[in-house]
Ligand binder design. Structure first.
Ligand code: NHR
Ligand code: GAR
Length: 223
């Protein structure tokens, strides 16, 4: 079977990108990373891509008049690689309906909260302000409503009494580096399907997202 390929979109430090690069190198994800695309020329993740001999492409937003023009440029770059999967790894730009429809059921994102709680930005700060005792991250498929596509896998972490935004973010990020490569491998191995707003894993409906908690995977397909 032909090797599957992935295109990864980033905006920043790219630690999730690094976790995915490592998982590909170790054979946990059986695919090739065809390109890494950043909307910012100064994203540190670009350097991680170059170091791993991956095409590193910048598509700067300043040169485009509006979201649709930008997304059109992004789509034509991505389509050069004919990827099986597009991965948003700390990509900080909202994507238009045009993009979402073009790649329906082929785009994964990781969001730093236990969705549907805390959609949007500044999740760690908002979690601390509202005195939650648990927090986490979610891998979901993209849909045209922000942070609302079907959730595949979540990691749960405790919120500690002395946490700051930075300590909490670091605890969540460490879990992201485990669950994102795991969910990507499921997709690449053909184990994931999207049906309407829910997920099938190995042909079984997940009535709740799979959950990674205390280093264990919990699957519940009870309705
Ligand atoms: N696009 C769609 N259509 N649907 C989603 O669920 C998306 C998406 C694009 C990115 C990631 C996301 C997140 O995980 C993501 C999910 C950026 C913003 C945002 O407000 C919100 C959510 C996410 C990413 N961006 C501002 C914008 O105007 C810019 C903010 C900045 O540059 O700092 O695009 O949370
Ligand atoms: C991650 O925590 C990711 O969940 C979050 O940004 C960080 C990126 O880190 N994504 C978003 O907030 C999307 N709005 P990384 O660049 O080191 O992978």
């Amino acid at each position: 079977m032909a090797t599957k390929s992935i295109v990864i979109l980033i905006s920043g430090s790219g630690t999730n990108l690094q976790a995915i690069i490592d998982a590909v190198k170790q054979g946990r994800i059986k695919a090739k990373i065809a390109a890494v695309i950043s909307n910012r020329a100064d994203a540190k993740g670009l350097e991680r891509a170059r170091r791993a001999d991956i095409n590193a492409v910048v598509i700067e937003q300043n040169t485009y008049h509006n979201r649709v023009d930008y997304d059109t440029a992004l789509i034509s770059e991505i389509d050069k690689y004919h990827p099986d999967l597009i991965v948003l790894a700390g990509f900080m730009r909202i994507l238009s309906d045009k993009f979402v429809h073009h790649y329906q059921h082929k785009v994964l994102n990781i969001h730093p909260s236990l969705l549907p709680e805390f959609k949007g930005l500044h999740t760690h700060r908002r979690v601390l302000e509202s005195c939650q005792s648990i927090h986490g991250a979610s891998v979901h498929f993209l849909s045209n409503e922000l942070d609302s596509g079907p959730v595949v896998l979540q990691a749960e972490v405790p919120v500690m009494p002395n946490d700051t935004e930075a300590t909490l973010a670091a605890r969540v990020l460490q879990q992201e580096h485990i669950i994102y490569p795991m969910a990507i491998a499921w997709f690449i191995d053909g184990r994931l399907e999207v049906k309407g707003n829910h997920i099938l894993l190995d042909k079984l409906t997940l009535h709740r997202p799979a959950r990674w908690k205390s280093d264990r995977l919990i699957l519940s397909n009870a309705p």
